[in-house]
Design a protein around this ligand. Sequence first.
Ligand code: PMP
Length: 410
Amino acid sequence: MIHLKNMWMNGWGSMLKEDFPLLLKEPIVYLDSAASAQKPQTVLESIDSFYRSSYANIHRGQCSLAVRATEAYENARRTVADFIHANTNEIVFTKGTTESINLIASGYAQLLYPGDEVLVCIAEHHADFVPWQQACLRSGATFKVFDVLPSGKIDLADFQAKLSHKTKIVAMTHISNVLGMINPVRKISELAHQVGAKVLIDGAQSIAHIPVDIKDIDCDFLAFSGHKLYGPTGIGVLYGKKEALESLPPYQFGGDMIRRVTVEGTTFADVPARFEAGTTPFVETVGLAEAIRYVQRIGMEKIADHERFLTRNFLDQLQAVSGVLLVGESNEKHGIVSFNIKDIHPADIAFALAQEHICVRVGHHCAMPIHHRFGQELSLRVSFGLYNDESDISVFVNALKKAITLLRGN
Ligand code: PMP
């Protein structure tokens, strides 16, 4: 086996770029994988080939195409389950992280009562903040928010002070899409379970970047999106412990989620089918399964090491640039770095970088509360994927220095 350092020296990221047709075709430096990841050839081929060879609606027909399509869908569920060490009946296919979280929160809106509490972190993406705020508004439960430290690490003391027997659910991101910190999700689960609360982990930014094992985390729910995992858009996953899923009311009503419908009333299918109403994005599940096989062939540990190495390297170079203000002071970030440059609007820098064909993200990254907490309403965000390499970092840092000189007018 090649040692990672040697692989890195030999340009591991550059080698993998060759698997991504768009990165080969476009003269760009793509540093926006936290928004969405590029797609490898093998994923594109799996989708194309499914439409050409196995396409028919699932779970309905007897013809060979329908049988093949249904098998592919259920095999994709097995691939997802194995990837995070879950059982197949604990995997619900959704449209993405946002829908997965809305599914749980809209269920909780019917299960919570005044006096109950929901506890979320200030660093949540709006997708894991607003649905809980709304569930509390609808149910009369109390919405509570725990803090992070100036480093960007979660404030465990604040979490423990706010956690109580009134807490029914704790919702927290595994890796913040702004701070880039890997949160101590196992510890959070353990503490939350001690007071009888359920735990939802937003895995949107961890699933493609570090090994994610739900047995180890021991969370009740995990949500993630296919498109950030080198898979297609329009497909996501909600993992739920069987009893946790069974405690939720259905999210949408329609075909495929029922057991029996009569004029008098309807009974519902078992989980996970109960949460998969209508025609699901079944072709996209095939693309997602292929994306999972792709990252598994490389190895999640290796991907994590590579991106950790890139992030450290990037932070070293970035912090040598004058006027850099990180959102969250810690250097222990993983794959995501948000920052500002003193006295320059981040949109001006992003515009200058775009002229050099560098893709980064500027804005609040759908996480206004954490920006507000750090007194920086917007930021520039650089995020890595497995295809990035040292040359991407040096192109970025040189372009950043050039933009600063230009914008400062010296
Ligand atoms: N949570 C986090 C931490 C995210 O980064 C994102 C996407 N930026 C989401 C949730 C929402 O994901 P999606 O738009 O794929 O539903």
